[in-house]
Every structure is written in structure tokens, then in C-alpha cells.
Design a protein around this ligand. Structure first.
Ligand code: ADP
Ligand code: TRP
Length: 321
């Protein structure tokens, strides 16, 4: 049976890019195989520098996963820092990782270009991610397009280690991207917690409406025919609507006579309908933090056992202990 694994950083409130690009796929895959999902709090330390804030976003990330349909009976949900074996594994992997591989990372270049301080943690971020993936013997990593290069690096690092020590210690993972690998934000760029252009999954209806009404558009008048493929409103609508509804809206774009204000109202109605049950379930989980913590602890115990086994094989392969 395939093992799926993915993680999300608790570096802010989760948004519809996270939902359509990752969480929706994670929930779907829990029917298909052995699924492991975690809250990447070690990774979040590269940007969140306030302990209370990190704890808050960690709890909220767990609540969001559960509210969006992750079933703790079928999937293993855990907090990355409850599996500290990944840090030791990261060291073993760092010793076979060429500097030149890390220097090519788009995410490092993007983040430093956006003003995040280029420390060694941020630079070696992909190696910790490789450790997360390899420590669980994962076959498939479901993520959005922005993480593709990191999974490719994981493959390179795993192959290098296996070749260096001439043993198949690590499974070589594959990436899988869902139907929405690149969700635009309200400014038309990639939706991201770091770019302040998000539509939050658990935000209030009013906040969501305001954000949707603020989506950037071109200045074509209502009567002008419009290309749906160029429209952020249409792209977001198509993620939440049925194929028939999407085709119908595309036809109205092309025909002319549809103003962006109206299109935004229809988009808001679709997104709000999607998020109402998430908000309700989130309230349920927030009211029971002990149960959430128990789920995370149970998940960590299982993930830790896998990690210990693989770490021991890796230690043995390179002559430690
Ligand atoms: P962010 O960029 O907001 O910090 P993360 O890096 O924590 O998001 O991403 C968590 C998951 O959500 C990853 O699998 C990532 O690929 C996916 N994801 C994030 N933003 C988007 C987006 N705009 N479109 C599609 N997938 C996304
Ligand atoms: N880097 C991922 C992101 O920002 C989060 C992450 C950390 C991850 N470790 C992982 C994703 C392992 C998949 C597998 O989205």
C-alpha cells in the first residue's frame, strides 16, 4: 500500500491556496492509502519568531485540517517537533547534500527577495523537508507546485545517500499534484501566507466577502467580452464550482455583459458555501483542545516509531553506533 505524506507550516492562518492545492487532496487521499500529515513547526521557525504565536498557529493548523475533513481514525496527524528524529536524520542527509543543490532552491531565493533574513535554517530548509519525507518511508508527497523542486531535491539527496553507502536505506518518493497546484491570491500572484493576498479558510463571512470584493481585475467595462482564463475571479470560482457551473460562467464571460462586481458576488457565494461547514466544525474542535492534543500525540507516537526505524538503518549504514 502506498504511503502518502505531506506537511503544512503553521506560519499563519491557512488559506484557500492551501485548501485547494493541498488539504483537499490530502483528505481525498486518506481513502486511498496510508496517509501521514503533519504540522511543520520546525520549518515555521524560519519565519515565526514568537513562541505564543507559533503555538497558536500550530493549534489552528490542526483545527483547520480536522475542520476540512481530515479523519484522525484514517490518517495520522502529528506535529513535526514531536518527532525530533528528523533533526538527526537531517544532519546525516546534510553531509551528502551538495551546497550547489541548495543554492538552486527557488523558495530560498523568493523568500530572501521578499525580505526574509537569509539564515542557515532557511538555506537548509529543503534538507529538513527531505528528512520528514524519508523518515516516514513515504512513497508519494501530495503538495502544490511551489513544493515540486523540494521533492525533487529529496529524491536527489535520498539517491545520493543510498549510493554513497551502497544500501537502499531510503524509499525514493514521487510527487503528486492535485487539480489546483497553483491557486492565485487576490492580487493575481500565488496565494501565500507570506504575501498578504489570501482568502482564509476559517475567516468570517464578512472578512471573506471583503477580500473577494477586493480581488484585482483589469479595467474592462461590464459590456465587454472577457477571457475567463485571464481572470483570477474565474480561476477561483472554477475550483469551488461544478464543471457545469464553471462552463456556464465561462460562457457569460465570453458573451460580454457580466461585470466583475457581479462575478465577485457569485464567487463569494460559492466560497462561503464551501467554508460554512468548515467554520462550524472548527468551532467544535476549538472547544475541545484536549481531544486535538490527544490526536496529535497518538499520531506522533506512530510517526516516531517509523522515524526511529529508518533513522537506525541510516545510522547503521554510515557507521554510527
Ligand atoms: P504558504 O505559501 O502560504 O506559506 P505553505 O508553504 O505552508 O503555504 O504550503 C502548504 C501546502 O499548500 C503546500 O503543499 C503548498 O504547495 C500548498 N500551497 C500553498 N500555497 C498554494 C497555492 N497558492 N496554490 C496551490 N497550492 C498551494
Ligand atoms: N515546505 C512545505 C511547505 O512550505 C512544508 C513541508 C515541510 C512539507 N516538510 C514537508 C511538505 C514534507 C511535504 C513533505 O509547504
Amino acid at each position: 500500500m502506498f504511503r502518502y505524506l505531506s506537511g503544512i507550516q503553521p506560519s499563519g492562518n491557512l488559506h484557500l491556496g492551501n485548501y485547494f492545492g493541498a488539504i483537499r487532496e490530502h483528505v481525498r487521499l486518506q481513502e486511498k492509502g496510508d496517509s501521514y500529515y503533519f504540522i511543520a513547526d520546525y520549518h515555521a521557525l524560519t519565519t515565526v519568531r514568537d513562541a505564543e504565536q507559533l503555538r497558536h498557529f500550530t493549534r489552528e493548523t490542526a483545527v483547520t485540517y480536522l475542520a476540512c475533513g481530515l479523519d484522525p481514525e484514517r490518517s495520522t496527524l502529528f506535529r513535526q517537533s514531536d518527532v525530533p528524529e528528523v533533526c538527526e536524520l537531517m544532519w546525516l542527509l546534510l553531509t551528502v547534500t551538495p551546497m550547489s543543490l541548495l543554492e538552486k532552491a527557488h523558495s530560498f531565493k523568493d523568500k530572501t527577495a521578499k525580505g526574509i533574513s537569509p539564515d542557515a535554517g532557511l538555506f537548509s530548509y529543503p534538507v529538513l523537508m527531505a528528512a520528514d519525507i524519508l523518515a516516514q518511508g513515504s512513497h508519494i508527497v501530495p503538495v502544490g507546485k511551489d513544493q515540486k523542486q523540494h521533492v525533487e531535491m529529496t529524491r536527489d539527496i535520498a539517491q545520493k545517500f543510498n549510493q554513497t553507502y551502497n544500501q537502499p536505506v531510503f524509499v525514493i518518493p514521487d510527487i503528486v499534484m492535485g487539480t489546483a497546484p497553483y491557486v492565485p491570491g487576490v492580487d493575481g500572484e500565488k496565494m501565500s501566507k507570506s504575501y498578504k493576498n489570501t482568502l482564509e479558510i476559517l475567516g468570517e463571512a464578512k472578512t471573506l466577502e471583503k477580500a473577494v470584493m477586493g480581488i484585482k481585475t483589469d479595467s474592462l467595462p461590464p459590456e465587454a467580452p472577457k477571457d475567463p482564463e485571464q481572470s483570477t475571479i474565474f480561476k477561483l470560482y472554477s475550483l469551488a464550482a461544478t464543471p457545469e457551473e464553471t462552463d456556464a460562467l465561462a460562457a457569460r464571460y465570453r458573451a460580454g455583459g457580466l461585470g466583475y462586481g457581479h462575478a465577485k458576488k457569485e464567487l463569494f457565494a460559492k466560497l462561503d458555501a464551501l467554508c460554512v461547514p468548515f467554520r462550524e466544525r472548527a468551532a467544535y474542535w476549538r472547544a475541545d483542545p484536549h481531544r486535538v492534543e490527544t490526536i496529535l500525540q497518538k499520531g506522533a507516537a506512530k510517526a516516531r516509531e517509523n522515524a526511529r526505524f529508518i533513522l537506525n538503518n541510516a545510522r547503521r549504514a554510515c557507521g554510527l553506533g
